[in-house]
Design a protein around this ligand. Structure first.
Ligand code: ATP
Ligand code: MG
Length: 315
């Protein structure tokens, strides 16, 4: 099923004192895949990427990038990668161009190749006019765009994107999406983390949901959504939002009729529904895994076309 394995992780554990941040993670990501690695805050996404990029050692387990061990063939493994770290790690006192040029040098690019790549990649992130600007004079979103250009300019085989689009405005986010897709079309294997779940829904071939250091499930976005049903009914009651799932729009609308609520929406199921259901504490198939992203919510009733346990009654 997996063609050539580009990112392979076996039984990865990481402990920070009492915190067991990774609890036996296994992953196999094939060449050219765009894989979304999703999970709530503190679930271990960045720790995984830090191990894969040799910034920290695992407590137990092993990982390989394009066949190179991140523990025993550190430099070879590192040379396979481009990384957008979660936190901005550019040199503030240097210009955009200098930051990118030093990076190109580290990856053995010639002066000519560096100059061409810098122009090409700054164009992609809409920063061609900021080449000579000092990093410290850029806004947070603009810095992140420089980091994205830097991660890709040496055309790495494997790209780690740890929340690459956080803080970017919607139009540049869309542009970055096509940029990420382009890197994939050019042959890169990409591991992406994001809290914008629609980003993963749109981009990813496969998705892993991670929760407190363990992978709960791996599947395609479509299969994960299909597990929920096709249509969602969000009902608002005294500030609480509940969500139920149905096979058809008609079933969702019928269920909304004659109930007590201050408002409701019928909409297509999205990947965020699956994320919330699966990373909630209850297993799928049991009642009430879903919470709303609007906060303060709970769910009553869950299932494929089933009705919830809301009390009946008119408004
Ligand atoms: N250097 C560290 N020292 C101690 N604990 C750490 C360290 N780095 C991470 N942790 C802990 O490990 C767990 C996983 O953290 P990690 O940064 O990998 O989460 P994450 O999934 O990337 O979260 P977020 O979505 O917030 O970025 C958390 O409990 C975190 O507090
Ligand atoms: Mg993180």
């Amino acid at each position: 099923m997996i063609n050539q394995s580009m990112i392979k992780i076996s039984n990865l554990h990481k402990r920070f004192g009492k915190v067991h941040a990774l609890r036996g993670v296994n992953l196999d990501i094939g060449q050219g895949e765009l894989f979304a690695y999703l999970g709530p805050n503190g679930s271990g996404k960045t720790t995984t990427i830090r191990i894969l990029t040799s910034l920290t050692n695992p407590t137990e387990g092993e990982a390989f990038l394009n066949g190179y061990s991140v523990l025993k063939q550190r430099l070879d493994a590192k040379m396979q990668c481009g990384v957008v770290a979660q936190h901005i790690n550019l040199d503030n006192e240097l210009t955009v161009e200098e930051n990118l040029s030093i990076h190109g040098m580290l990856f053995g690019m010639s002066k000519k190749d560096r100059a061409m790549a810098i122009d090409e990649f700054l164009e992609y992130v809409d920063l061609a006019d900021r080449k000579k600007t000092l990093i410290k004079q850029l806004s947070g979103g603009l810095k992140r765009r420089v980091m994205i250009a830097r991660a890709l300019m040496h055309r790495p085989k494997i790209v780690f994107l740890d929340e690459p689009t956080v803080g970017l405005d919607p139009s540049i986010r869309r542009k970055i999406w096509s940029f990420i897709k382009k890197a994939q079309n050019d042959g890169a294997t990409i591991l992406l983390t994001t809290h914008y779940i629609e980003e993963a829904e749109f981009l990813a071939d496969r998705v892993a949901f991670l929760d407190t250091g363990s992978i709960i499930t791996i599947d395609s976005p479509q299969n994960l959504m299909d597990r929920m049903g096709a249509w969602a009914l969000d009902t608002m009651n005294n500030g609480d939002i509940s969500t139920e799932y149905f096979k058809s729009r008609e079933q969702a609308e019928a269920s909304a009729q004659g109930r007590q609520y201050s408002g409701f929406t019928v909409r297509r199921v999205n990947l965020e529904d699956a994320f919330i259901a699966l990373t909630g504490k209850k297993a799928i198939g049991e009642a009430a895994p879903a919470k709303s992203s609007h906060g303060g919510a709970h769910s009553s009733g869950h299932g494929h076309g089933g009705h919830g346990s809301h009390q009946k009654g008119g408004r």
